[in-house]
Design a protein around this ligand. Structure first.
Ligand code: SF4
Length: 475
């Protein structure tokens, strides 16, 4: 399938997880649409959602029940008032009904959302069994949450149905992309833009990409201001504001442009620059952990890497970043993500953290290399290097929350992406021994052989080392 758009890879949503929050949200919406067009089931007597596999094991920490409740209330992830979510969910819990098909339908999240920890669907690690009941009849569907907010019906397998015309320069593998660049004599982002134009007008492509960047910047700004402790019981302190304290005065953090100018003017030594870049990644993922609004890139758990690397460019490159830079960066990064989506996975439940942080780092590395003036071959080498050094990374979120090790992993993914782009810029692609296509294939092989305990189940690694049930002291 070479029909994945960059706008499939970048979606505006809320935290903490694209597979466990955004995906279930979309599944409920899809089920409700299906019911609305099924005679007799448009206003059922009862609805039930049963979470299977990873969704059941880590769904509480990933706010899967909250996402289902919000979807049942008719909210959209792009527009829901984040501050109002606790009240909306509490009101539904008290009322125990939703409006469907013009009438009130009983729905109690406490009993109608079931975390079935004993059953795993053979077709996918993240499955939801949705049931609508009318009298003695029932209608049952099974859906998969594929990672990055992608969903499919079980009958479609793990390939969501896409109805789009074929693009002029189909890209199934990195070699296709490079061949198009060489044939046309253009950069990586030019080929992606030409393909996207088969699906949307160019003005819309550009304005949507700029809007995504604005949402990323807003999540950084909020994260750099957000003090306190993250929700969920781990008592994780929000650290992003501390990382900036000595460089950026409080007042500049209200305005992202002034924040960038302040950092540019500071001419920081290396270790402080690394701290600031890490701060941007951590800011986004602290927002994500607090159910704030972020852009999946390609997932929520890895949402901080791509914004942090772009902020690195904006704060530390010689020339200021232009709107065209933003467009080229996101087009290139998005297509690298699409390669992993098409040929491997971007789901931690299928491939561990290499599929989230590893992919986001590869995306950011290629995007940055493109902005640095690397050749198409060098930019693809950057993506390969970034993934090569995330291979085998496990997913073991403590308490099923997207906090430890997730937040810091975004900082590490960003720093590795910058290093990968720098190395690639001085590498002759003809002399490399491992291609991006090789590494995607190896990542997928590694994913398939990885023990289930390390694939977003919280049954291994750090997740069992740190006990949440006894509580961790606030610091
Ligand atoms: S450990 Fe990695 S893959 Fe797992 S939830 Fe955290 S960020 Fe996502």
């Amino acid at each position: 399938m070479s029909l994945v758009s960059v706008f499939d890879m970048f979606k505006i949503g809320i935290g903490p997880s694209s597979s466990h929050t955004l995906g279930p949200w979309r599944i409920v919406q899809r089920f409700l649409r299906e019911l609305a067009s099924t005679p007799g089931f448009d206003a059922p007597d009862r609805l039930r959602f049963e979470l299977l596999g990873s969704l059941a094991l880590t769904g509480h920490g990933h706010a899967t029940d909250t996402a289902i409740a919000l979807a049942m209330l008719g909210e959209e992830p792009e527009t829901v008032d984040v501050a109002a979510i606790p009240r909306l969910v509490a009101d539904l819990a008290a009322r125990r009904s939703v409006e469907l098909g013009g009438r009130s339908v009983p729905f109690d999240p406490a009993t109608d959302i079931i975390f079935n920890r004993r059953e795993r669907h053979p077709g996918h690690a993240n499955a939801i069994r949705a049931v609508a009941i009318v009298g003695d009849a029932s209608l049952e569907r099974v859906y998969f949450s594929l990672g990055g907010g992608f969903v499919s019906a079980a009958s479609e397998g793990d390939e969501p149905a896409v109805d789009r015309p074929a693009p002029p320069h189909p890209i199934q593998h990195a070699t296709d992309w490079l061949r198009h660049c060489e044939t046309l004599g253009v950069r990586l982002s030019d080929v992606v833009l030409a393909n996207e134009r088969a699906w949307w007008p160019e003005t819309e492509i550009r304005s949507r990409l700029v809007a995504l960047w604005e949402t990323m910047r807003a999540s950084i700004r909020r994260g750099c201001r957000g003090d306190g402790v993250l929700p969920g019981g781990l008592n994780v302190k929000r650290r992003a504001p501390d990382f900036l304290r000595d460089v950026v005065p409080e007042i500049s953090r209200d305005d992202i442009d002034r924040l960038m100018l302040t950092i540019r003017a500071a001419k920081l030594p290396y270790e402080q620059a690394i701290r600031i870049i890490s701060c941007f990644a951590i800011a986004v993922n602290e927002e994500n952990a607090a159910m704030g609004r972020v852009v999946t890139a390609p997932t929520n758990g890895a949402a901080g890497v791509i914004p942090a690397v772009m902020m690195y460019r904006a704060c530390f490159a010689t020339d200021p970043v232009t709107e065209d830079d933003v467009v080229r960066y996101l087009l290139t990064a998005g297509q690298v993500g699409a390669l992993f989506k098409q040929n491997a996975t971007i789901s931690a439940a299928m491939g561990g953290c290499q599929a989230e942080i590893g992919v986001s780092s590869a995306m950011a590395a290629a995007g940055l290399a493109e902005l640095m003036g690397a050749t198409p071959g060098q930019a693809l080498v950057a993506a390969e290097i970034a993934m090569e050094h995330h291979l085998g990374m496990t997913c073991d979120p403590v308490g099923g929350l997207v906090q430890i090790p997730c937040i810091e992993r975004n900082a590490m993914g960003a720093v590795k992406a910058i290093a990968a782009a720098a190395i690639a810029a001085y590498t002759d692609p003809a002399c490399t021994r491992v291609s991006l296509d090789d590494i995607i294939e190896v990542m997928w092989e590694t994913a398939k052989e990885m023990n289930e305990r390390y694939k977003e189940t919280s049954l291994g690694g750090l997740a069992v080392r740190l006990s949440v049930t006894v509580g961790l002291a606030e610091c």
